[in-house]
Design a protein around this ligand. Structure first.
Ligand code: SAH
Ligand code: SF4
Ligand code: F3S
Length: 437
């Protein structure tokens, strides 16, 4: 019999990328091959995100496309995995467009769910677990360049940020065993990966048998000294001096911290149930820069949260100026039903005003990114080659430790090489460099 093949589209955060790789591994062991051609797939799946309404709308749109395949080829099954499966549950099955609904903690059951669905009855498993970390599963890596790998170090989230759906879709926080993480890092190195990103919604609350995140980070960095180590996400209230010391003392840990601020106003931060103030955030930024003057800091921000005034929005702008972020992911508030904010606070900033505030933040960040890049002109960096640049095949591109995209002329290196470059010019998005011989 022909081997069945599975096609998966991945949406949302890096955790979902890592989860898709776990799913490929579980399905591979059950005899399913992987295909990147949807028209050849026996099982078509989307690993989904619920973080904002437009993320979900996109998936509903994709489901229409999936159903063209499902209707035109006999036996094709459509599955929804991930956060939207967990949040919408029956609503997905009731749409009649989906055969399998599997939440983030039920991937081990996928072979069983697919077989049962093939008998004609739609299947759903959205039970969340307190223990599941897929610890011993070796993911099937999907990075096209074979250079960069994600390793999940924990799952779920125990914070209760009032706007956020993640605790509902991913369940409570649990840490994966340190030894299986270290073993996976060794596997990555043996397979030729040159960069590992340790993933969790709140990496600083990693805790396993008395070992904290700094212990884990140091251990991974020491075990694979020729591999570059990154991590995400750090929460401003939890990132510790010990983590900063570990970063500063290990040359292969990249000097980049993603430190989502969400708002520059204390009143809004409190309503968001973030557990820091504007001042505490600024103090963290100062501590980071004191220890590592070359450390890049990026952030996430939400414009137009419930009851945010123009003055409070301006406090976000002034915080951005004060910190001078190197990069930012910027969103306007999207109400998620079931969250504390949806239950307690009216979503009362009109869409037009949310968009205006968001655009103001984006315009400011664009100028801050340009300023940050200009400061790098004349500096030298070690860059990990990702491959040819999109704009010009004669150029290579890759990131420096600060996670900035670099582009330079080069015909002598390939993906996975570390090269020395000097920045000669920049745009807001890219450092234009020359190779240092
Ligand atoms: N665990 C990470 C964030 C994960 S979600 C942390 O705590 O920082 C990624 C980002 O999406 C968040 O930082 C936030 O900026 C944004 N986000 C989350 N919920 C949102 C919502 N309801 N509306 C708009 N943006 C949201
Ligand atoms: Fe959501 Fe807050 Fe958890 Fe991040 S820390 S995933 S924003 S609840
Ligand atoms: Fe989205 Fe779930 Fe990640 S909601 S951001 S895919 S944890």
């Amino acid at each position: 019999m022909k081997m069945k093949s599975v096609y998966i589209e991945t949406y949302g955060c890096q955790m979902n990328v890592a989860d898709t790789e776990v799913v490929f591994s579980i399905l591979g062991a059950a005899g399913y091959g992987r295909t990147e051609d949807i028209t050849k797939a026996d099982v078509i799946m989307a690993n989904t995100c619920s973080i904002r309404d437009n993320a979900e709308q996109r998936i509903w749109g994709r489901l229409e496309q999936f159903n063209i395949q499902r209707k035109s080829r006999k036996g094709v099954l459509v599955g929804i995995l991930g956060c939207m499966a967990e949040r919408l549950k029956d609503a997905l099955l009731d749409s009649g467009k989906v055969d399998i609904v599997a939440g983030p903690d039920s991937y081990r059951r996928l072979p069983e769910l697919i077989s049962a669905a093939a008998e004609g009855t739609p299947q759903m498993d959205v039970i969340l677990s307190r223990e599941e970390t897929y610890a011993e599963i070796s993911p099937v890596r999907t990075d096209k360049n074979g250079v960069s790998a994600f390793i999940s170090i924990m799952r779920g989230c125990n914070n209760v940020c009032s706007y956020c759906v993640v605790p509902f879709t991913r369940g409570s926080e649990r840490s994966r065993s340190l030894s299986t993480i270290v073993r996976e890092a060794c596997e990555c190195a043996a397979q030729g990966y040159k960069e590992i990103t340790l993933l969790g919604q709140n990496v600083d609350s990693y805790s396993f048998e008395g070992q904290d995140f700094a212990d884990l980070l140091g251990k991974v960095a020491e075990t694979v000294p020729s591999v570059r180590i990154r991590f995400s996400t750090s929460n401003p209230q939890d990132i510790s001096g010990k983590v900063l010391d570990t970063m500063a003392s290990h040359p292969n840990i990249c000097h980049h911290i993603h430190l989502p601020v969400q708002s520059g106003s204390d009143r809004i931060l409190e309503k968001m149930r973030r557990r820091y103030t504007r001042q505490a955030y600024l103090d963290k930024v100062r501590a980071i820069r004191e220890k590592m003057p070359d450390c890049a800091i990026s952030t996430d921000v939400i414009a137009g949260f419930c009851s945010e005034t123009v003055e409070e929005h301006e406090m976000t702008l002034s915080l951005f100026r004060e910190v001078g972020f190197d990069a930012a992911y910027m969103f306007y508030y999207s109400e998620r039903s079931g969250t504390l904010a949806a239950r307690k606070y009216p979503d009362d900033v009109p869409l037009e005003e949310k968009t205006r505030r968001l655009e103001e933040i984006i315009a400011l960040q664009n100028s801050l990114s340009l300023e940050s890049n200009r400061r790098d002109v004349g500096r030298r960096f070690t860059v990990l080659v990702e491959g040819p640049s999109k704009r010009d095949e004669a150029d290579l591109c890759g990131r420096n430790p600060q996670n900035k995209m670099c582009v330079w002329k080069d015909s002598s290196h390939k993906a996975g090489d570390f090269v020395e470059v000097e920045v000669t010019d920049c745009t807001q998005a890219t450092l234009l460099c020359r190779l240092v011989e």
